[in-house]
Design a protein around this ligand. Structure first.
Ligand code: SAM
Length: 279
């Protein structure tokens, strides 16, 4: 018989050999997923003996992770703010830094009755669904150019029981009429040359169209101006080191009250601005 501790140690060694950065934590998360418990639950019972089915399932997950498939895809789900969302290779894995984007959106619509919110490039639906969850009066529309991504977002709306309108389109084309109180986007912002320098989990597994999008930030910032109500807000996630440039872009486009929020690692990451009020 194999104990949980022994199985974890074996999987952690395999993942470390494959170059996974957080091999021990990943091993724990996978076994906790298989046993439907928590990591602390596992640690409290390291001498627990695992049956053959559990070991086989753990081995199956470990083999996927060894190929540097993102842990979220291996598990098939990932946590984002208060939600657990279906996640697979059709969508970007929702990132911790994007939780701050939602934080800023909630602050900007606070006090607005039934705010109309548009999430451009929704992917798994993470931002749109988190806003629908945490601002229950909001009317949220989520759009994406990828029909595969919209299928995942639809699964997640169903999984969470939240209502968001899902629209297929290319940026602002084909959308329901504005005006919007808030436009939010985590646009593709990885440079075409930069992609090859990224970790295999990102480079080899996540959808290219979700990562690489030259000019997408500019296109969203520009396209949001005519569809936002006067005094409406734009919130954008930006690449590490790019928040200053994006702030300047927003000012050039006429946004006021331009500000930057830091991500959980203290890096400038989220940029926001407000359209001017009508005369
Ligand atoms: C960086 S991902 C963000 C996904 C999700 N919002 C999140 O934060 O996890 C960018 C998303 O934008 C979508 N996208 C790329 N180009 C687009 C376009 N021209 N119009 C609409 N969506 C687009 C991609 O399909 C992808 O789902």
């Amino acid at each position: 018989m194999t104990t949980a501790a022994a199985a974890l140690s074996g999987v952690a060694d395999r993942l470390a050999d494959a170059g996974c950065e957080s091999a021990g934590v990943d091993a724990e998360i996978m076994l906790a997923h298989v046993l439907q418990t928590t990591r602390s639950g596992l640690r409290a019972d390291g001498r627990r003996e695992l049956d053959a089915n559990t070991l086989a399932e753990l081995d199956r997950l470990a083999a996927r992770r060894e190929r540097r498939e993102p842990l979220a895809y291996v598990l098939g789900e990932w946590g984002f703010r208060r939600l657990t969302l279906n996640v697979d290779a059709r969508v970007l894995v929702p990132r911790a830094e994007t939780e701050i984007v939602v934080e800023r959106c909630l602050a900007l619509i606070d006090g607005v009755a039934a705010p109309r919110v548009l999430d451009v490039g929704t992917g798994s639906g993470a931002i749109a669904l988190a806003i629908a969850d945490e601002a229950p009066g909001a009317e949220v529309t989520a759009m994406d150019v990828s029909r595969d991504a919209l299928d995942v977002a639809r699964e997640n709306a169903s999984r969470t029981g939240l209502t968001v309108e899902l629209v297929h389109g290319d940026l602002f084309l084909g959308l329901p009429a504005g005006p919007w109180d808030l436009v939010v986007s985590n646009p593709p912002y990885v440079g075409p040359d930069e992609i090859e320098t990224l970790e295999p989990e990102v480079r080899d597994w996540e959808p290219r169209a979700a990562l690489v999008g030259e000019g997408a930030t500019e296109a969203v910032a520009r396209g949001a101006v005519p569809v936002l109500r006067p005094g409406g807000a734009l919130v954008l996630e930006s690449a590490e080191g790019d928040a200053g440039r994006v702030s300047d872009l927003l000012r050039t486009l006429g946004y006021i009250e331009v500000g930057i929020a830091k991500d959980l690692s203290g890096r400038d990451r989220t940029v926001e601005g407000v359209t001017t009020l009508a005369d």
